[in-house]
Design a protein around this ligand. Structure first.
Ligand code: IVH
Length: 688
């Protein structure tokens, strides 16, 4: 055996350090929701470790972070017998059924007071898997299968960065079997499907199917590319000296071992608190980035769990409270084509109204022509509609067996349904566009709506219906036309009295004084959102400089790649766009010059949250000032949040900040801090 020379000692140290850093990064990201490394830094370390291990194969260990995607494609999946069967849960569909469950449990335990402790968790809509660790090392992972026998998918599960290959900490049990759900977030699902739509490959109906399809790949390299996550919800077996007395205590230990458990997990006492938890979770459901189909309610005390035992295939100590389904069937009455701001023509399904997960749905998007072909959908068909979270309702499937005889093929228009221009389909793009720009009334309306919107010129009182009328009467043809409207003229419009007309004129007057970032954003250049508009303004300082910029100059701007650069460049090459800009300036639209990035940006890399009301400025102004200092401004508080500015009326965000120990500033402290940052001599923003 070779002696450890100083050189190899150094090598061992570096390998050990890289592994520790990568494991720590996963733990911070998945378990604590508090990332420390950027993706880039993570990848750099991983590549370095791969390089060292390929030069010195004897250093490779099975729990090395490089070994997540080590295995060759499998021929099939081996059968795995579950040492403890994986059971299912009984369901409760309403509050009465939850109350009946609590009553049953209390009666069986001969308890008279309604103060039993329940551990409540969201019921993630994914796939159950079971993981076995021996001496702290992951040795096997399997699907639920029929509950007794599942499929061994260890190589695939190893690719999930939220599944520890090796448990953390020093009190590692000799053996532990951890169960939980593998799922996909909406954001990851949307990206995956968008890519599949572009490539013409398989589109998944929902995140659950996408997770299932991704886990059952014979080639783990494919699974590794899918955005899957694992969240633990049960210890099925443990061989350990430390015996926990409660389910919630085991969940805490799982977090110490490096597992993610559910952030919404809560311990409640008695049926009133339990029902309150279920209601609150139901309200949150639409705002989560992943699908949950209910809550799982478990008696927390493990002794009591044992006492209650099981009936058939489900425990007596737990129940699943199911929310209303996110999928429903209805009939596709017709398809209409909408022209968006950039001319993209989107087919919209007109449906027989149906309630899906608590909301009445009568329209759903069909995305584009390829999607219609993929679904094979016809007018008159019965279709499955899905509404999940904040995502717009989708048609996911057609019930072809029920197709009526008079079903009609959906014809994609050859001409713009609004202006009649011949449509264009760009090679390699799935979208069909009307090329007419502001000559097309639909695009004109959308452009003006965008121009007047809150984050753009913020013209108060200029709503959608009013803009539709102004464009239809041809009183306004471009955004600049808005500034030539007169109060008398406006007062003639139906349902718009003299007072509203005067208010609108005043709002227009006020909106003339804007900022360069808002102005750039308001122009509605493709793919130029608020953040990009801000970057462009700070980079170029003046509109003239931006309009003169060449592609290379544009690509030098933070977060601007070749595609966005080309959109900006092409926009200003168009004669009519330059004319619109001139007309706006002639109409008196003005802003203070933005200084070219010599302004201090002490908040780069920090995320701030504003909540409640501020007295000295609107929240939008506060947000803009933070952004000008380099901060990102977010709508939700996490451990990553650098600070929260809370005014009167702040609610759950403030509570969350306090719970997570995130710094909270009141308005006065915020103003002092702002003044310091903006003058450049203030301290750096704290927490990074
Ligand atoms: S506990 C014996 N907790 O729901 C109890 N299950 O019908 C075992 N599920 O197949 C399950 N989230 O995949 C439990 N927080 C959670 C859950 C959860 C989702 C799924 C699980 C299981 C099904 C039970």
């Amino acid at each position: 055996m070779s002696q450890k020379t100083p050189k190899t000692a150094e090598l061992h140290d570096e390998v050990a350090r890289l592994r520790a850093e990568l494991d720590e990064a996963n733990y911070r990201y998945y378990v604590l929701d508090d990332p420390t490394l950027t993706d880039e830094d993570y990848d750099r370390r991983l590549r370095r470790l791969q390089e060292l291990e390929s030069q010195h194969p004897d250093l490779v260990t099975p729990d090395s972070p490089t070994q997540r995607v080590g295995a060759a494609p499998a021929e099939g999946f081996p059968e795995v017998q579950h040492a403890v069967p994986m059971l299912s849960l009984d369901n409760a569909f309403n509050e009465e059924e939850i109350a009946a469950f609590v009553k049953r449990v209390n009666e069986r335990l001969e308890r008279n007071d309604d103060d039993l402790a329940f551990c409540c968790e969201p019921k993630l809509d994914g796939l159950a898997v079971s993981l076995v660790y021996e001496q702290g090392v992951l040795i096997s992972g399997a699907t639920r299968g029929d509950g007794r026998t599942g499929e061994g998918i260890t190589s695939n599960l190893r690719t999930l960065r939220s599944i520890p290959l090796k448990l953390r900490g020093d009190s590692i049990p000799q053996l532990i079997e951890v169960r939980g759900e593998v799922y996909m977030r909406h954001s990851g699902f949307e990206t995956l499907n968008a890519r599949a739509r572009e490539e013409g490959s398989k589109v998944f109906a929902n995140p659950r199917n996408a997770a299932a399809g991704s886990l059952r790949q014979l080639d783990p390299r494919i699974t590794a590319q899918r955005p899957l996550e694992f969240c633990a919800y049960q210890v099925a077996r443990i061989d350990d000296d430390e015996v926990a007395m409660a389910h919630s205590a085991y969940m805490a230990r799982l977090r110490e071992f490096g597992f993610r458990t559910h952030p919404e997990l809560a311990l409640v006492e008695g049926s009133a608190a339990l029902l309150e938890y279920c209601r609150r979770l139901g309200e949150k459901r639409d705002h989560l980035d992943y699908d949950i189909d209910g809550a799982v309610i478990k008696v927390d005390d493990l002794r009591l769990q044992r006492e209650l035992g099981f009936v058939a295939r489900a425990p007596r100590w737990a129940i699943a409270y199911k929310f209303p389904a996110q999928e429903q069937t209805t009939r596709l009455k017709d398809v209409e084509f909408q022209v968006g701001r950039t001319g993209a023509i989107t087919p919209v399904a007109r449906l027989e109204p149906v309630t899906v997960a608590g909301a009445l749905v009568s329209n759903a998007t069909l995305h584009n022509q390829d999607e219609i072909a993929r679904l094979g959908v016809m007018i008159g068909d019965r279709v499955v509609i899905r509404r999940a979270g904040d995502v717009i309702p989708q048609v996911v499937r057609v019930m072809e067996d029920e197709r009526p005889d008079d079903a009609r093929v959906i014809e994609f228009p050859m001409h713009c349904p609004v202006c009649g221009s011949e449509v264009e389909r760009v090679e390699g793009e799935a979208v069909v566009r009307c090329p007419a720009g502001l000559f097309c009334a639909a695009q004109r309306k959308e452009a003006i709506k965008h121009f007047a919107s809150r984050r753009a010129l913020d013209i108060d009182g200029l709503g959608t219906k009013l803009i539709d009328q102004l464009v239809e009467r041809e009183w306004v043809k471009t955004p600049a036309g808005l500034f030539h409207l007169g109060a008398e003229e406006l007062a003639e419009l139906p349902r718009l009295g003299k007072k509203s007309a005067d208010n609108l004129i005043a709002a227009l007057e006020k909106s003339r004084h804007t900022t360069l970032p808002r102005f750039i954003y308001a122009l509605g250049i493709r793919e130029v959102g608020e953040a990009t508009a801000g970057n462009l303004a700070r980079h170029f300082g003046t509109l003239e400089a931006l309009m003169r910029a060449e592609l290379v100059d544009l690509e030098a701007v933070e977060d601007v790649g070749p595609v966005v650069a080309a959109h900006v460049y092409n926009f200003f090459q168009e004669q009519h766009n330059r004319e619109t800009v001139d007309q706006l300036i002639d109409a008196g639209v003005q802003w203070e010059e933005t200084e070219v990035s010599v302004r201090p940006q002490p908040l780069i890399g920090q995320t701030w949250v504003l909540t409640g009301t501020l007295e000295s400025m609107t929240r939008d102004e506060g947000r803009a000032r933070l952004q000008a200092l380099g901060a990102k401004v977010s709508g939700s508080v996490s451990k990553r949040t650098a600070g929260v500015v809370a005014g009167p009326g702040a609610g759950s965000k403030l509570a969350k900040a306090e719970e997570l120990n995130v710094e909270v500033l009141d308005e006065e402290a915020f103003l002092t801090r702002l003044a310091g940052w903006e003058s450049g001599d203030g301290e750096k923003g704290e927490a990074s």
